[in-house]
Design a binder for this molecule. Structure first.
Ligand SMILES: Cc1cc2nc3c(=O)[nH]c(=O)nc-3n(C[C@H](O)[C@H](O)[C@H](O)COP(=O)(O)OP(=O)(O)OC[C@H]3O[C@@H](n4cnc5c(N)ncnc54)[C@H](O)[C@@H]3O)c2cc1C
Length: 375
């Protein structure tokens, strides 16, 4: 009987995309080395920090389906690993105008996702803790919620190691492409780690690493996240009593109330372009004031709340906000995965499954995520 040799795969980057890709590949029989310059989900990466929203509400069908698959896989992971990374607090997605929520409704109905429509007066009576001014309608998704972020990356790494994967710490460089292939990655000492196939899931660092190829189509933007302490007399209504929420229209604010007694709040507007290695991780006074102003308006009970903590992170944004998952046009054994565009974390398990299938020649990369869409 002929022996089929296991594919040697190197995955660079242990964030939400690379970590899950490495785990899914290892589970599917590849021999995987995961290269990471720091810890999985470290504080400078896009997957670091406390939490991320998970929801089906998307105006494009591909993400509704991916979110559905990802939710199943997050649930399965919680069962298998005996811990809770996925918190089903429910998600309230409110609209102040535009067609984002209406388009999402159509796709979610077609995909059979369980959700409830709320009009402005239903919103006002159900959530007296929020000021309904300017809100037109909302979707409430009871089975959605939030995920632990940094902690999930560490747990995925552990599962990957337990599945037999290899871990290499250090900043690697792409190898030199010869005859249409990349033989491996260059390790910090200059040695080459060879592989049959390679996945570069380097988050914001992808822009510089493949500057000539995708640099112009990735914007690495600065994003601030604030954690305000919920006043003692508001803990029930603004903590436990409020689902994860987002408001989309002219602006987009979102929040995760209640985790650790804090009220997480962030503006989804893309900040200025930054370098992930050198950008300041201190919140700006202007940003904090803008968060306070919004909070005073929409959640009056949070007026005057004390700022307990802040995180500064970065999005890697593509022009259409769609991900990148495609073969390198000059190296047929190299898959590029990234462009999370501020919404990638939740999809980690589903995107990892897709990337693993593409690497193992079981599925083609979706046209939506192709590099050729920009030509
Ligand atoms: C503030 C903020 C809020 C967000 N909110 C949400 C949300 O609510 N819901 C949601 O779904 N998504 C959200 N996102 C988006 C989501 O977090 C990202 O899309 C996702 O984490 C991107 O993961 P990644 O693996 O591509 O990148 P990263 O997490 O940055 O991982 C890339 C990894 O590659 C490593 N690396 C890079 N270069 C090298 C090299 N040369 N050698 C070795 N290692 C290397 C890095 O160290 C890093 O660990 C948010 C993002 C931010 C910043």
């Amino acid at each position: 009987m002929a022996l089929i040799r296991q594919k040697q795969v190197v995955v660079v980057g242990a964030g939400a995309f690379g970590g899950w890709t490495a785990l899914q590949l290892q589970r599917q029989g590849a021999n995987v080395t995961l290269c990471e310059m720091a810890a999985a989900g470290h504080g400078l990466s896009s997957s670091g920090g406390e939490s991320r929203v998970i929801r089906h509400v998307y105006p494009k069908r591909i993400y509704v389906d991916m979110a559905a698959r990802a939710m199943k896989l997050w649930e399965q992971a919680d069962r298998d690993w005996g811990q809770q990374l996925f918190h089903r607090k429910g998600v309230l997605f409110m609209s102040t105008g535009g067609d984002f929520v209406d388009r999402a409704r159509g796709h979610m109905s077609n995909a059979g996702v369980d959700f409830e429509n709320l009009n402005a007066s239903q919103l006002a009576s159900r959530y007296p803790q929020l000021n309904p001014d300017g809100l037109e309608s909302a979707i409430f998704e009871p089975s959605a919620g939030y995920l632990d972020a940094s902690r999930a990356c560490a747990v995925v790494r552990k599962a990957f190691l337990e599945a037999g994967g290899q871990w290499r710490e250090g900043r690697v460089e792409p190898g030199v492409i010869r005859n249409g292939e990349m033989p491996g990655v260059i390790l910090p000492g200059g040695d080459v780690l060879n592989a049959d196939r390679l996945v570069f899931a380097c988050g914001p660092w992808l822009k510089r690493m493949f500057a000539g190829l995708i640099g112009n189509n990735l914007a690495v933007t600065r994003q601030e996240v604030y954690f305000f302490r919920i006043p003692k007399d508001q803990v029930e209504s603004l903590g436990a009593g409020l689902p994860v929420w987002a408001e989309i229209g002219k602006t987009c604010w979102y929040g995760i109330p209640g985790a650790n007694g804090l009220f997480k709040l962030a503006d989804d507007t893309h900040g200025r372009e930054v370098d992930p290695d050198t950008q300041s991780r201190e919140p700006t006074a202007v940003g904090v004031e803008s968060a306070r102003r919004y909070m005073r308006f929409r959640f009056p009970g949070m007026s005057g709340a004390q700022l307990a903590d802040a995180e500064v992170c970065q999005y890697t944004v593509t022009p259409d906000h769609d991900f990148v998952l495609d073969w390198h046009p000059q190296a047929e054994n190299v898959l590029l995965v990234g462009g999370g565009s501020g919404h990638g974390f939740k999809h980690g398990p589903a995107l990892g499954e897709l990337a693993a299938d593409v690497i193992l020649d079981r599925r083609s990369a979706p046209a939506e995520f192709s590099l050729s869409r920009w030509q």
